[in-house]
Design a protein around this ligand. Sequence first.
Ligand SMILES: NC(=O)c1ccc[n+]([C@@H]2O[C@H](COP(=O)([O-])OP(=O)(O)OC[C@H]3O[C@@H](n4cnc5c(N)ncnc54)[C@H](O)[C@@H]3O)[C@@H](O)[C@H]2O)c1
Length: 351
Amino acid sequence: MTKWNTFFGPVILGQFCLESLDEWLKTNRSNYSKIIILTDSNVHEMCLPIFFAEVKNIGQIEILEIEPGEKSKSFELISQLHLALLDNEADRKSLLLSLGGGVVSDIGGFLSSTFMRGINHLIVPTSLLSMVDASIGGKNGVNVGGFKNLSGTFSSSQGVFIYPKFLNSLNETELISGFSEIIKHAMLSSQSLWIDCINCSATSDFMNLISRAVEVKIDIVEKDNLEIGNYRFSLNIGHTIAHAIEYFEDLNISHGDAVAAGLWIESQIAFDEGLIDSKSLRALQDLLDRWWSRLDLSNMDLFKGMLADKKKSSFSKDFYFSLWSGVGRGAVLTPVSREKIYKAKMRYDQD
Ligand SMILES: NC(=O)c1ccc[n+]([C@@H]2O[C@H](COP(=O)([O-])OP(=O)(O)OC[C@H]3O[C@@H](n4cnc5c(N)ncnc54)[C@H](O)[C@@H]3O)[C@@H](O)[C@H]2O)c1
């Protein structure tokens, strides 16, 4: 079992982490008036029975179940969940436990940090993407008017408990979706994680990368808790384009798949800007093309989805990108003209 003590709370990873959560509850359960589990219907069916079999000291609980999927990340649902918490007699001494993928942990983070001005929160991620990224770092977000994570808070939790066995019920498509964020972390990390990503030949290989991917994210966010310094923005590589793709929500493209397309296009921009050499560009784009088919973006007006990008400044017409500078070399915040973005997208559409 591995444990990191971080500014946003402890992170515990491994096959005994649910036992560790059970131990924590043994000591702390009596401090809480209520425990409410927030989950979605898939995770309710596939993971909750396993959770209850391992976590025996949880006592009386209430369950709030939401619809799976990105559409749940809305203010409408947040407002309904506030009322559902009240209906379940939650108060300021209650604990919210988010059990699910990144959608559940984002909603749970937002809900717990706003209900009655904040209640305690525990996160048990069940998707690969959430284990390596969404549950780590103390950020959450909900979408407004289709714009990704336009509203959100920074919030800490009492703990993030990563139990990789939950992934046994996650389908291949979702495992591959989560791999995009592991690749992102590898791009910002060392040669060794990068080479291991390139050498993955089956989704079962992803399991050996979880701990190192978590470590990369923790290392970066620890240096820049509130994203006002020069570190945390590097985690946005690929995400300016990804969020623009997700704006077209009727296309139903998962966050991880949008990130894969975003990494492809933004690495092309990084190359065109002279930030990476052709060898790095080829290595990344080949890796992405091995795991993802290209999305059909030909009729998509990406600029529309980029209007609410949090890096954009009203001082300039350019869009700001966090552009990759090569393995282990971080990223550079760079203004990019519409023409250059369009050119890179054309390469993605036509190559
Ligand atoms: N706050 C952050 O720092 C941060 C970082 C990265 C991503 N995110 C957010 O995370 C979200 C994407 O997360 P995601 O990919 O986990 O999506 P998700 O939560 O929608 O989960 C994907 C699907 O897998 C199902 N699922 C989850 N665990 C399962 C399991 N063990 N067995 C069977 N089915 C399971 C879910 O029901 C869902 O249908 C996006 O909204 C993204 O914006 C947030």
